[in-house]
Design a protein around this ligand. Structure first.
Ligand SMILES: [Zn+2]
Length: 376
């Protein structure tokens, strides 16, 4: 790849980061504004609840005045009733008195209603006040965070801008102009070529253009979108040789190895186990470990002769694993296998099982051999 193209790629990275930071800086005040808007809503609610209490107070005073007025009237009617001449006049005054008393009762009911309502109003005010307090605290926190974030972003932005300016100075002026012109219209000024296609506009390149990009000896532009083109062999190879990224082939344990490890689904009712056999001096030894904890199960058993002949019943129905640790080393384990050994046996068991279910096309391999024994 031309060094200028590498610079352009780094420049594009810087431009992207600068845009991201600018967007973030612009976004933060909007978030604060949204919370402030919510705060204003809560404030309005509180004011509404408070003014409702005030309105109730005014109504209450009005009712008190009404009652006082009515009582005044009643006492006046009573005075007048002492001086009336006719029965008719007396009845009329009595009627007026009854009427006023009814009014008093009705007004007293209204006062009672207001008193009952006062409780609810008080609760509303308290709730709104608590909410306002919580929201105010939240907005203060948000504002402080936004402020700090903005300061950090600004600092990063300055660094990226300096980096960008430095990169620009290392790029040919014409190339720079082309990159900027296309960036402005298309959002990016450089595009990768993959499978003979411009990844910027998805148009297939002419074979000559494709070759020029691959060779990397000159600057090439996309005929269709005008972006500067580059080629990354790593991305293309991945497609050509997908097998490269497959599971690595498993190493197979040797049949005549002096030490052999096996996995058993169940060992003497203790569940999954790892068995280790070792030959030496005409004798063989057997260690059994818990598959999950690596704990040594039971004693180390020594028998005469090769382990295949000495412990045939233990080897049947097992999966042979890769593993070798010296006698001295295993003695330092005590009653528990170290994690690193346990992990390596687990990994090898996974690989062995994978092989059993995915027999390779090239190597002839029995699907599942009970003793797992295949010569390497
Ligand atoms: Zn293109």
């Amino acid at each position: 790849m031309l060094p200028e193209i590498e610079n352009l790629l780094r420049l594009q990275e810087a431009d992207k980061e600068i845009r991201r930071l600018q967007d973030e800086i612009a976004e933060l005040p909007k978030r604060v504004a949204a919370i402030e808007h919510k705060l204003a809503g809560t404030k309005a609610q509180l004011e509404k609840a408070q003014s409702a209490i005030k309105a109730d107070d005014v109504a209450r005073r009005k009712h008190d005045t009404t009652i006082a007025d009515l009582r005044g009237k009643i006492s006046k009617y009573r005075d007048q009733s002492l001086e009336v001449k006719t029965n008719e006049q007396y009845k009329a005054l009595l009627h007026e008195i009854q009427f006023a008393e009814k009014d008093i009762a009705a007004t007293e009911d209204k006062i009672l209603e207001l008193m009952l309502m006062a409780d609810t109003r008080e609760k509303e005010v308290k709730a709104a006040q608590a909410e306002l307090k919580a929201e105010t605290a939240e907005i203060e926190k948000e504002k402080a965070e936004a402020h700090q974030r903005t300061a950090e972003d600004e600092k990063e932005l300055t660094e990226w801008r300096a980096k960008r300016d430095q990169l620009r100075s290392g790029i040919n002026e014409d190339l720079m102009r082309q990159y900027e012109r296309v960036s402005k219209f298309r959002g990016s000024g450089i595009a990768e070529v993959r499978d003979q296609k411009c990844m910027g506009c998805q148009v297939i390149l002419r074979p000559q253009t494709y070759n020029d990009v691959r060779t990397g000896q000159q600057t090439v532009f996309c005929d269709s979108c005008q972006r500067v083109l580059y080629f990354n062999p790593a991305n293309e190879e991945q497609k050509v040789e997908p097998d490269r990224h497959k599971r690595p082939k498993r190493h197979h344990p040797k049949i005549d190895a002096p030490q052999a490890w096996y996995y058993r689904e169940d060992y003497a009712g203790d569940g999954e186990a790892l068995l280790c056999f070792a030959n030496g001096g005409g004798q063989s030894s057997r260690r059994v470990f818990d598959m999950h904890t690596g704990r040594l199960l039971g004693d180390i058993i020594i028998r005469e002769g090769d382990f295949r002949n000495a412990f045939p019943e233990d080897i049947t129905g097992t999966i042979r694993l890769n593993g070798h640790w010296s006698e001295e080393e295993m003695e330092t384990w005590g009653t528990e296998m170290p994690m690193v050994a346990l992990d390596s046996l687990h990994a090898d068991l996974d690989a062995a099982r994978y092989e059993m279910t995915h027999p390779s096309g090239k190597v002839k391999q029995p699907a599942a051999v009970p003793t797992g024994q295949v010569a390497s």
